[in-house]
Design a protein. Structure first.
Length: 319
């Protein structure tokens, strides 16, 4: 059942509708709703089996490599080995978090207070995914949606469309293996347009937006309940005990959930600047900037001072 807040609905009126896009998306949403209605009747054991099967679509080594190579080739960002590690680490980590979590029927009961908590699906989830994570982010969106017995429709970035198309081939093969409807996991037709994406956000029951500020803002203004994440994470402090080469090299780094501002203490800033893996970033990669901060003395760099102030870093170098 769709739930919307009045304030968001009013703002959604400011986003123009495209009749052709609305119609195409409506047909897609109808397919997803039919599949979700069947999936909603599944037991916890069968739901967990479907979640694990979908995870194998990206974790299986040969598929993981194919997805990582395609992501790097078509987005021009990142590193194949790091993409593979990210795909596996994030997916396995999410499976660990979901393991044993109840999502069907009665999930908790407080007899003393007379409270019973019952889980039910939200319906159709719209997931807006970024080019920086064209494999791992959609895969994790899919697992979370399926765990709640929801269907999901993904709207990729233009450069992430090919990676998502291949991922969904793998996911559908795994859903076939466990007898789950393929239409539980769908994507907008390529090339994905802004009009399609806005139509999807309006027609879905929940929007999960990852990436640019404009996408996150559009999700919150769509009139549909939304969860958004993008740039603007907390400042990271790197002290003398950190492994700077490992931190500087991770996927060069191109990840929306990674923090953008980094304050280095002591000699760590010089080491980060000189690390050869940092200098090999491709043009267009978003890299974090190294800044030197002398412990016990105020930095002469005003930009670094502002970062320190946001992070709560004082002359002692601590919080």
């Amino acid at each position: 059942m769709r739930r919307s807040c009045p304030q968001a609905a009013e703002r959604a009126l400011m986003i123009p509708a495209d009749s052709m896009a609305e119609g195409a998306v409506a047909a897609l949403v109808a397919r997803a709703r039919a599949a979700q209605a069947e999936f909603e009747t599944w037991t916890q054991e069968r739901v967990d089996e479907a979640v694990t099967a979908a995870a194998w679509a990206i974790v299986e080594p040969s598929r993981n490599r194919a997805l990582a190579e395609l992501a790097v080739r078509d987005t021009g960002m990142g590193d194949v080995a790091d993409k593979m590690a990210k795909n596996r680490r994030k997916t396995i980590g999410l499976l660990r978090d979901l393991r044993g979590a109840a999502s069907v029927g009665v999930i908790s009961e407080d007899r003393e207070r007379g409270l019973i908590e019952i889980a039910r699906p939200v319906g159709v989830v719209a997931a807006i995914t970024p080019s920086t994570n064209p494999g791992a982010t959609p895969a994790n969106n899919i697992l979370n949606a399926l765990k709640g017995r929801n269907a999901i429709i993904l709207a990729p970035s233009p450069k992430g469309q090919s990676t998502l198309a291949l991922l969904l081939q793998y996911v559908h093969a795994e859903l076939d293996r466990v007898g789950a409807p393929r239409d539980l996991v769908l994507r907008l037709a390529a090339p994905t347009s802004r009009a399609q994406t806005h139509a999807l956000m309006r027609q879905a029951d929940l929007v999960v937006a990852t990436g640019s500020q404009s996408n996150v803002r559009a999700a919150y203004e769509s009139g549909t309940p939304a969860i958004g994440v993008g740039a603007g994470n907390v400042t990271v402090i790197v002290d003398e005990t950190a492994d700077v080469p490992a931190a500087a090299a991770q996927d060069r780094p191109v990840e929306d959930v990674r923090s953008r501002d980094v304050v280095f203490l002591g000699e760590r800033g010089d080491r980060a600047r000189s690390d050869p893996r940092r200098s090999r970033r491709r043009a267009g990669d978003r890299g974090w900037r190294a800044a030197r901060c002398r412990r016990g003395a105020a930095s002469r760099n005003g930009d670094v001072r502002r970062r320190q102030a946001r992070a709560g870093v004082h002359r002692t170098g601590g919080r």
